[in-house]
Ligand binder design. Structure first.
Ligand SMILES: O=C(O)CCC(=O)C(=O)O
Length: 276
């Protein structure tokens, strides 16, 4: 990360890079989507959240798995890479980064939108509750194809307690954004992340973002690493009904087996992360 990239991120609340991972890695990741969403998990473990399964769920919805790194070694290799961790740490101004959650996201042609939200409103169970996210495109993306959209500068509007009533396929996916802008007295300046496959975007945990329906004939896939500072702990009182299952009694430690540290200034990486 150059000083200019860091200051662009601080000003806009996001940073778009047209090229981030190479074509061999892209192809390997693409090949994992079909088996994962059928429930073929190569580590033998279920992900923490599995919002769409072939044959079970509505085909018009965006497909999502959370913590795909736990069920798939190919996903783990990119999500837990030092490159992603270092970039997020530098943008966040942290001494190191750890993974709090990942998303494997698949928007086939014709699927519906995802409501506008701030990621930080979903991690109040972490202390401090601040994400930097690396969103990696596995297909060429476009506004008409339902790519992720950011409201420039919205990370400075403050943390709202508003979340879309329906994260998947709300009637009006930008309704929460308009309300947040009204409350902040701010103008909305939207930017669609249009990058070739392998490009990426980093966003601040308070940046309002969402994505429209995929109106094109091509699918749109992404993997997303939500990082927090390596120094983060569980919040002493706020609970997540999914992620607080990993909290030990009488300790606020976020165990590295479940929330691995992927990069620190001292060169440390948790033993569980792929080292080659
Ligand atoms: O890719 C999308 O449509 C939404 C992604 C998202 O919500 C995120 O990266 O936090």
């Amino acid at each position: 990360m150059t000083p200019e990239q860091i200051s662009d991120f601080e000003r806009d609340g996001f940073l778009i890079l047209p090229s981030f991972i190479d074509s061999q890695v892209i192809e390997k990741l693409q090949s994992r989507f079909d088996p994962m969403f059928r429930g073929e998990f190569d580590t033998g473990l279920y992900p923490d959240e599995w919002n769409w399964k072939e044959g079970r769920d509505d085909p018009t919805l965006t497909r999502q798995i959370c913590n795909g790194w736990k069920c798939d070694r190919t996903v783990a290799k990119t999500i837990l890479s030092a490159t992603v961790g270092e970039a997020c740490a530098k943008l966040g101004g942290w001494p190191g980064a750890r993974i709090a959650q990942d998303n494997v996201l698949w928007k086939p042609a014709g699927t519906k939108s995802l409501g506008y939200h701030q990621d930080d409103s979903y991690i109040l169970w972490v202390d401090p509750p601040g994400y930097v996210t690396c969103w990696i495109a596995l297909d060429d993306t476009s506004a008409a194809g339902g790519t992720v959209e950011y409201a420039r500068g919205s990370h400075k509007w403050g943390l709202s307690d508003m979340q879309p009533e329906y994260f998947h396929a709300p009637d009006d996916y930008q309704a929460t954004l308009r309300e947040a802008a009204k409350q902040a007295g701010a103008e909305i300046d939207l930017v669609s992340v249009e990058v070739p496959a392998g490009g990426c975007a980093f966003h601040h945990g308070r940046t309002w973002h969402g994505s429209g329906p995929n109106q094109r004939s091509q699918q749109r896939r992404a993997i997303i690493a939500h990082c927090v500072t390596s120094q983060s702990q569980f919040h002493p009182t706020n609970q997540s009904y999914i992620y607080s299952r990993y909290k030990k009694s009488n300790s606020l430690e976020m165990d590295e087996a479940f929330f691995p540290i992927t990069w620190t200034e001292q060169g440390y990486r948790s033993p569980i992360v792929p080292h080659s």
